[in-house]
Design a protein around this ligand. Structure first.
Ligand code: ATP
Ligand code: FE2
Length: 325
């Protein structure tokens, strides 16, 4: 079996994944830098990744019952992310490529989130709704690139949930806590859709003000979810309608939320479309998606000089040249 090792190190997760060139997932090992408050200090994250990298690689190889000799290709996350942690992945990948004489591919982490979703959900050409801590984007493949059709104009939805939860003392991360408490009745919060973009800052301010005036936490959690998710369903539906696409793929940490999944599923059913939610293990950061993205680029003919390999901390998804579609 032809195998690719993928190394993820854009942010809090250091991951090593192994996939076959046919798309079988063979191993998924990772270690996460965690804080109880959220937020990342780049140098601390990099130190964490340095400490765990050899162990995580060994875990992946052991789980796959292979050695580096059995790996045909190495792929690393070249973009986007925190420079110090991206550099740990780059240097590690370069050293492995040189030591074991393997070809190297650099992958864009955001694109890899989409392509692993396609692989796992067997999606062909979906509209993607990517909702994590910092990111809230509607993305679609159009005109040979992944295009951001709409996004948040201020805070990402996960971070908005986290901020609300922290301010009212629910702890971190806020999303899962808010989901558990979302059993109240509806109080009106600003519903803010501007074209294909959304905004969550006004909703956060209003909800915090309501909290001070004694509106119950259950009511606020319920109303935050209902309002924010309805906004996302609206822009996802508009993207599907404009682009004539009949699949929706949900990724990012907020994809764990059942109510969001149900609302999007209802919207898709109503328009004869198929809804896919990427399972949690593969919707968050991991090395498997970097491995699979490496396979796609390598099979499409991309080659990279190991010494020329770099990091691109600010590369956006629509800057990626899509060689594999
Ligand atoms: P990225 O991968 O885009 O850099 P990230 O690593 O911060 O972002 P994820 O790990 O994908 O993000 O997601 C974390 C976010 O998901 C947090 O903001 C958290 O509150 C939110 N989240 C997790 N579970 C749920 C849930 N059940 N409901 C709502 N939000 C959730
Ligand atoms: Fe990510």
């Amino acid at each position: 079996m032809r195998l690719c090792l993928g190394i993820e190190s854009t942010a809090h997760t250091f991951g090593c994944g192994i996939v076959s060139f046919d798309g079988d997932i063979i191993a998924n090992a990772k270690a996460q830098f965690v804080t109880d408050k959220g937020g990342l200090i780049p140098s601390e994250v990099a130190r964490h990744h340095e400490e765990v990298k050899e162990r995580v690689l060994k875990q992946a190889l052991d789980a796959a019952k292979v050695t580096m000799a059995d790996i045909e290709l190495i792929s690393y996350s070249a973009a986007p992310g925190l420079s110090p942690s991206l550099l740990v992945g780059l240097k590690f990948a370069q050293a492995l490529a040189n030591e074991h004489k393997k070809p190297l591919i650099g992958a864009n982490h955001s694109v890899a989130h989409l392509t692993i979703g396609d692989l796992i959900c067997k999606a062909k050409d979906p509209v993607y709704l990517y909702v994590s801590g910092p990111n809230t984007q509607v993305i679609a493949f159009a005109g040979k690139k992944y295009r951001i059709m709409g996004e948040t104009l201020d805070v990402g939805l996960g971070n908005m949930f986290d901020k609300f939860a922290r301010e009212i003392g629910l702890g971190f991360p806020g999303g899962p806590k808010i989901e558990k408490l979302a059993i109240g009745k509806y109080v009106e919060l600003p519903y803010s859709v501007k074209g294909m973009d959304v905004s969550f800052a006004g909703m956060l301010t209003k909800a915090l003000r309501f909290h001070k005036t004694g509106v119950s936490t259950d009511d606020l959690c319920y109303s935050l979810q209902e309002t924010a998710f309805a906004m996302l369903a609206e822009i996802a539906e508009r993207a599907m309608a404009h682009l004539d696409k009949f699949e929706l793929l949900l990724i990012g940490g907020v994809a764990a939320n059942k109510r969001l999944g149900n609302m999007l599923d209802d919207m898709c059913k109503a328009r004869g479309a198929k809804f896919h939610a990427v399972p949690l293990e593969f919707s968050g950061d991991q090395g498997v998606m970097i491995a699979w993205q490496g396979v796609l680029q390598y099979v499409a003919g991309e080659r990279l000089d190991v010494e020329q390999a770099n990091i691109r901390p600010y590369e956006r998804i629509d800057e990626v040249n899509v060689s594999w579609r």
